[in-house]
Design a protein around this ligand. Structure first.
Ligand code: RIB
Ligand code: CA
Length: 313
């Protein structure tokens, strides 16, 4: 079976970085055809820098990285330096990137790639605010039917919000973009906080990364050490939730996850609940199902996969 072609749309972010490494560590299953950066955890100038740092850490300066939207469709940008640090990749000291940023805009790359490749050949893996994906769908509605699958990290239902009492950060930053993506008709698989808060990087899991004895292993250990301080203080949890790699792990081993195909709508009008993913888990709304909303993960299996793959870099 040839590797699955994917585009990762991202706002690195330590957990985004681990997701990118996991994809690059799995060339037999995944062909990462490009990375599109978006403003989110930190401004665009840093997410484009951080994406290239991660590619070079993996020894893959050949991966094309594109700059996308520097702000949400309608709203002012909300960033998350309080979680990810000033650079967005705080933790290990890593050199500035030397690989170039592509001249083309991320949205053009998304549209051109999806139009060039056969229908169903390319999957999208958005792990930040959905602004780039929404802009591509608005400019080229024909691409929706050509997308194999959208596997995104975002939203929450039983776990409730992490940036407000009702909203998860990626959806909260650009709820209008999220609404357009969830309405586009492409197959969507959602990794919400309901799942990612069960994928906690406990001390022994951090140690397993460090014990790999490799630069990528050390970086992952130091990123998660940095990243977890916020969540441990806020939730009193045993470690940080490793959000974004759940999307790539799903592409590699879908059976690690379980969920339901249900209707998911996005709140865009209320100031109080802006960005809430209204997931009809009990199917009471009568609205058409538009997404597979994950609810559980085999955390040990997830970390075994992640540690094994990172160890291959
Ligand atoms: O809420 C978690 C999400 O917001 C993750 O994608 C993290 O990287 C941040 O973007
Ligand atoms: Ca992210």
């Amino acid at each position: 079976m040839p590797p699955r072609k994917i585009i990762i749309d991202t706002d690195p972010g330590q957990d985004d970085a681990v997701a990118i490494l996991l994809a690059l560590a799995s060339p037999e299953e995944i062909e990462l055809v490009g990375i599109t950066a978006v403003a989110g955890n930190v401004p665009l100038s840093l997410t484009t820098r951080n994406a290239r740092i991660v590619c070079e850490l993996a020894g893959r300066p050949d991966i094309p990285v594109f700059a996308g939207a520097d702000r949400p469709l309608l709203r002012p940008l909300r960033t998350a330096e309080h979680v990810h640090g000033k650079t967005g990749l705080d933790g290990p000291a890593l050199p500035d990137p030397t690989m170039p940023l592509q001249a083309a805009h991320a949205v053009d790359f998304l549209i051109e790639t999806l139009r060039r490749e056969p229908p169903g050949a390319v999957s999208l893996c958005p792990i930040g605010p959905l602004t780039n994906i929404a802009l591509a769908l608005m400019r080229a509605p024909d691409i929706a039917s050509r997308i194999a699958e959208i596997v995104l990290m975002g939203g929450a239902y039983f776990e409730v919000g992490n940036i407000t009492p009702t909203a998860e950060f990626n959806i909260y930053v650009d709820p209008e973009a999220a609404a357009k993506v969830f309405a586009c008709g492409a197959p969507i698989t959602v990794m919400p906080l309901d799942v990612t808060h069960k994928a906690l990087v406990t001390a022994d899991r951090v140690a397993a990364f460090r014990d790999l004895g490799t630069e990528p292993g050390r970086a992952v250990a130091e990123w998660t050490d940095f990243f977890e301080r916020f969540d441990k203080e806020k939730y009193g949890s045993a470690g940080a939730p490793l959000h974004d790699p759940c999307t790539v792990a799903y592409l590699l081993k879908p059976k690690l996850f379980s969920g339901r195909h249900i209707n998911v709508e996005i709140e865009t009008r209320s100031d109080l609940t802006r960005g809430m993913t209204v997931a009809d888990w009990w199917r009471v709304s009568g609205r058409e199902a538009n997404a597979t909303f994950m609810g559980d993960v085999d955390a040990d299996g997830f970390f075994a996969l992640l540690t094994d793959r990172i160890g291959r870099l």
